[in-house]
Each structure stands twice: as structure tokens, then as C-alpha cells.
Design a protein around this ligand. Sequence first.
Ligand code: DX5
Ligand code: ZN
Length: 223
Amino acid sequence: MLKPAISASMMCANFIELKSDLDALKDAGIEYLHFDIMDGSFVPNYTLGPCFLNDLREYTDIAYDIHLMVERPENKLDYFSIREGDLVSIHCESTAHIQRVLTRIKQIGAKAGAAINPGTPIYMLEDILDDIDFVLVMTVNPGFAGQKLINHSLDKIRKVRCYLDENGYKDVKIEVDGNVSFENARKMRAAGADIFVAGTSGLFVKGQSIYQAALKLRSAITE
Ligand code: DX5
Ligand code: ZN
């Protein structure tokens, strides 16, 4: 199994106390900052945008995990300051030119990910297996924090892991996004997940410090 990593869902951070949240994430050894980019069309909601992400670089050296939930991501990539070692994912449902966009992400030096919604079949990945570093399995329908895990998600993670392994892509990682609670994270890890997007369920949890929650989440995925 590949080494597990935690990606903090920044739409769930406390924007009034952002600096102290960033410090806590760094102290807890969080590997990535996950930014949900929404366009109000591919998903109904709006959240974070390029100005915020690009400006925040000055205050953190944690790698970015940019999740583009937008129509035609090929038209939006250039708005973001993407660095080597960042993760950038685009949705299989969002563009007719996914192979081209994945290739561009890799040319920039970032890791390219293909995201699939709960209702999107795994075979959508078939012709882009050479172009991806990771698959982002949505375990809720994208657009909102605080949702409940979609039932077939654990099974889907298992199937994606098998599919990748059987086709010779053991190094392609699986990221999971949506209701990654301490309990769900443990099950997701057992099913084959490697990168855990942690929002209101597993990191920015009411009544717990980020540091405490991170320790709990880390132990859930490393046991
Ligand atoms: C979906 C988002 C959410 C969220 C994750 O578009 O990416 O999945 O930030 O945090 P939870 O589900 O724990 O609130
Ligand atoms: Zn996300």
C-alpha cells in the first residue's frame, strides 16, 4: 500500500483565523491544502478562487491540492499558480478534452488527477490511465461540505484499486473526498485510499482542535 496523506479542505477553514489554522496544519504535518474550485455551473455552489490561492502561497509552504469542479477546466488552468509537487484534479465529466488537460498539468510539473463523481463509472478512466498520477473518487456529490457518505463509495474505492492494479498502474494513487470522518477514513484506507480530503468530518471538527483531529485522523489511516 502507498503511504497515506492528508489533504486539508480549505473551504472548511476558519477564514477569520486563517493564519492560526495554517500554523496548526503545518504543526500537524498535513501534506496538502485542498482547494475546492467551483464555478456555479458544474457544481451549483461557489467557494474559493485563484486570487485567494495565489496570494496564500506567501503564507504557507504546504503543497496545494487543487480540485477543479468547473466546466471546461482547460480554460481555467492558467489562472492558478501551480507548482511542482502540487496535485491538480479535473473531472472526467467536465471536458471533452480531458487527455489534453491532464498532459498540460503534468507539463507544469504537478501531479495530474482524474476525478469521478459518485454516478460516474470507473471505465471512464480506461483511456487516460497513462496520463494520471491519481484518481479522485468523490464519496459525496461535489459542491458542499458536511454531506453524508454515498453508500457505494467503499465498494467503488475497492473496485478502482483493483482496476488500477490489474491494469499495471499500482503507483496511481486514490484520493477520497467527502465525509472523510475518523471512522470512514479507516474503512476507506482498508478499501485502498491513499490521500484523504479532510473537512468538517475529520479535521475542522466542532469542539476539537485541528491538531487533535489530525492526530486522530492520522491514526485512523495508519493503523
Ligand atoms: C466537496 C468538498 C467536501 C468537503 C469535505 O465538494 O470537497 O467534500 O470539503 O469535507 P466534509 O465532507 O468532511 O465536510
Ligand atoms: Zn474537493
